[in-house]
Structures are given as structure tokens and as C-alpha cells.
Ligand binder design. Structure first.
Ligand code: GLN
Length: 313
């Protein structure tokens, strides 16, 4: 398939998505997210060589929510290596992002690091070495390094709003603590978890952050600027493919065929390995809590470019 002009592709997708009437519903269980306009749309593609193609609100910061789970996992693996997998599984959950049911069957070990329970354990691991304020500082430094952009911040209003309404996350953390899989107090743990979810980034910044996953662990191709090993980057992509959209992961793999990670802020980070890092933002969510039009936009992108990892031609 001949590579099309990517600026024409992103503009075409923006036009097509503007016509679609089923736009999903903005998350309202976190009060500050409920006030986000569902009419936002942003898309950024950064290709292998660093060329950037954008449309819509690609420079507007939004709450990346669970997309941050990719970055917190990357950091935690850097801290404790594969020992992390004694506390978190690597299997798709087939359940909602905030589900508690499997924790009883699996003795407090969450199915994977991309559901809330898994990311709460990852936050606990990050706290193993630092005070809450310090680890959040380290996390921001990591994000500044992978993007080359030190303007990225945490939205304190979102973190506060999550803290005030985070009853399910408290239940998950308490339940896992009962099994000994949370070492910090629940409040200390969730203080960090909520702040990690409240990272505010634009599509442009998010696509920049995904470059190390596109480039086999390097910040840019052809450099020795290594963030993580090639093997680790490959494995994080495998987890994104299998678990990045919760109980919608199979559907996303079927329709889009790229490793991706969604968040209830309506963003999705998708990686075409070796080809491009892509971020989309449409706040309306489908019934699995994944961006409705974001998924449609990525499906169209793959149709127009042939970037599915499953292509055989
Ligand atoms: N902060 C959100 C929560 O804990 C993240 C969920 C998501 O983006 N799927 O519920």
C-alpha cells in the first residue's frame, strides 16, 4: 500500500468524524471531567522520522487519565524489573476498568497493570522508593524527558475531584491491602494514583510521549538515547494490545489492530510499531469507557494507511 499524505489523512478523518452523530457520553463520575465539552476533537500523528501531522484541538491539554498507566508501568518496571509481575498479572481482564470481582478469585493480584486495580498496585510499587511528592516529581520528570517538553503538568483540580469521588478505587485498594498486595496506606497510595491519572496533556504531547514505544525503547530512531530496552518496549506494546481498552480490548484489536491505551478523558494513544505514534482525543465514551469517536478515527486511520500490525500484504 502506497503511503498516503498523512496531513490529508488527518484532515479527512477530522471531516469524517465531524459528520458522525453517535459521539458517546462524557465521563461524569469524576465531576471535573463532566464539564468537558463533547465537541472537542484532536489528532496527532508523529511518524518514525519525527514529522508531525495534526488536526483539530491537537494542542489543547486534556486529562489523559488511564493512558498514564502506560507511563507509570514503564517507570515501575525500571524500578523493580520483572519482579513487578509477582504482584500484577499480564492477562486481559474482560471486565470493566474499575471491576473488583476478579480480585477475589485471584487473591488480590490484579489481572493486568492497565485496569484500575493493576495501576493502583503499580502506584504502590512506585511509592516503595519515594515519598508521594517525590514520586510525582519523578513521574513528571520522566514525562518531560520522553516528550522533551517540560510544560506538562498534573491538574490538581482533577486529582481533587477524583479523590472526593474515588469510592470504587478505595474499595479496590482496601481489598488488595487485605491480601497484602498494597504496602502503603490506602490514602497515601491513592493520593499518588489519582495524581498520576490527572496528568494533563495535549494530543501533540501524548504522541511525542509514545515515541519511545514506537522506536523500540529509544527516544528517537537512530540515537542512543534509550528510555527502556527494546524487549521491554515490545512487551509493553503487547500489554497495550491485549489489555489497553479493558473489556473493549478485543474489539479494538479487531477493528484497529494497533496496541493502544485509552483513558476516560476521551484520549487514546496508539502505536504503529516502527511507523508512528498517534494520539486522538474525543471526550465522548462508549459503554466500555473508551473514546467512541477516537476508536472510529483510529479504525479509519488504519484503513487509509494499512498500519495494522496484522497486515499481511
Ligand atoms: N482515574 C480514573 C479512575 O480511576 C481512570 C479510569 C480510566 O481512565 N479508565 O477511575
Amino acid at each position: 500500500m502506497k503511503q498516503p499524505d498523512l496531513q490529508i489523512v488527518v484532515d479527512q478523518i477530522a471531516d469524517e468524524m465531524a459528520q458522525q452523530s453517535e459521539r458517546g457520553v462524557v465521563a461524569d463520575y469524576i465531576p471535573t471531567l463532566a464539564s468537558v465539552s463533547p465537541s472537542h476533537f484532536g489528532m496527532t500523528i508523529i511518524d518514525h522520522d519525527g514529522n508531525c501531522y495534526m488536526s483539530g484541538d491537537a494542542d489543547v491539554a486534556f486529562s489523559i487519565q488511564s493512558i498514564s498507566k502506560v507511563f507509570s508501568l514503564t517507570m515501575a518496571l525500571g524500578f523493580v524489573g520483572d519482579g513487578l509481575w509477582s504482584r500484577v498479572g499480564r492477562e486481559p481482564s474482560g471486565s470493566a476498568f474499575n471491576s473488583i470481582v476478579q480480585l477475589e478469585w485471584e487473591q488480590g493480584i490484579p489481572r493486568n497493570p492497565f485496569i484500575n486495580a493493576g495501576a493502583i498496585v503499580v502506584a504502590d510499587i512506585l511509592l516503595g522508593r519515594y515519598e508521594p511528592r517525590e514520586i510525582l516529581g519523578e513521574f513528571l520528570r520522566f514525562m518531560h524527558t520522553v516528550t522533551g517538553d517540560d510544560t506538562i503538568t498534573i491538574d490538581e483540580a482533577v486529582a481533587k475531584s477524583e479523590n472526593e469521588t474515588g469510592f470504587r478505587n478505595r474499595a479496590l485498594a482496601n481489598y488488595m491491602r487485605a491480601y497484602g498486595n498494597i504496602e502503603n496506606t490506602v490514602e497515601r497510595n491513592l493520593g499518588v494514583y489519582f495524581h498520576l491519572c490527572s496528568l494533563s496533556m495535549s494530543c501533540h504531547q501524548l504522541a511525542s510521549a509514545g515515541r519511545y514505544l514506537m522506536c523500540g525503547g529509544r527516544r528517537a530512531p537512530g540515537t542512543s538515547d534509550t528510555i527502556i530496552s527494546q524487549q521491554r518496549a515490545k512487551r509493553i506494546l503487547a500489554l497495550m494490545m491485549m489489555c489497553g481498552h479493558y473489556d473493549g480490548s478485543g474489539e479494538f484489536a479487531y477493528r484497529v489492530g494497533l496496541p493502544g491505551k485509552s483513558g476516560v478523558g476521551g484520549g487514546i494513544l496508539a502505536i504503529a510499531p516502527g511507523i508512528a505514534s498517534i494520539a486522538v482525543w474525543f471526550p465522548g465514551l462508549n459503554s466500555q469507557g473508551n473514546s467512541q469517536l477516537g476508536s472510529n478515527a483510529l479504525e479509519r486511520l488504519v484503513e487509509l494507511t494499512g498500519w495494522s500490525v496484522f497486515r499481511t500484504d
